[in-house]
Write a new protein. Structure first.
Length: 94
């Protein structure tokens, strides 16, 4: 499993494991458009984080993005990444 993607990896890795923003950053980088070095966590790692922290239970359905965005921001601020996930991230960045 790829848990962290950097702009040094292949576009196919991004298509398989990353979200749309990371995929498009990689496409721009590959096209020669100046893009700063970046990294992105994989969809799988992100979903694991959400499940471990009961995101759906705590946030519920997003029905009003303007209002709910504050709840989402507070969720991420109050739920740090656990040691297991950090270990996966660090391993892939080494």
């Amino acid at each position: 499993m790829i848990s962290v993607l950097t702009n040094k990896q292949q576009l196919s890795d991004f298509k398989k494991s990353a979200g749309g923003k990371a995929y498009n950053l990689k496409r721009m980088s590959d096209a020669g458009i100046p893009v700063p070095s970046f990294m992105a966590v994989s969809n799988e790692l992100f979903q694991t984080y959400l499940e471990q922290n009961n995101f759906k239970k705590e946030i519920g359905e997003i029905t009003n993005p303007k209002v709910d965005s504050k709840k989402v921001e507070e969720f991420f601020s109050s739920h740090p990444i656990n040691d297991e996930l950090w270990s996966q991230i660090e391993k892939n960045l080494a």
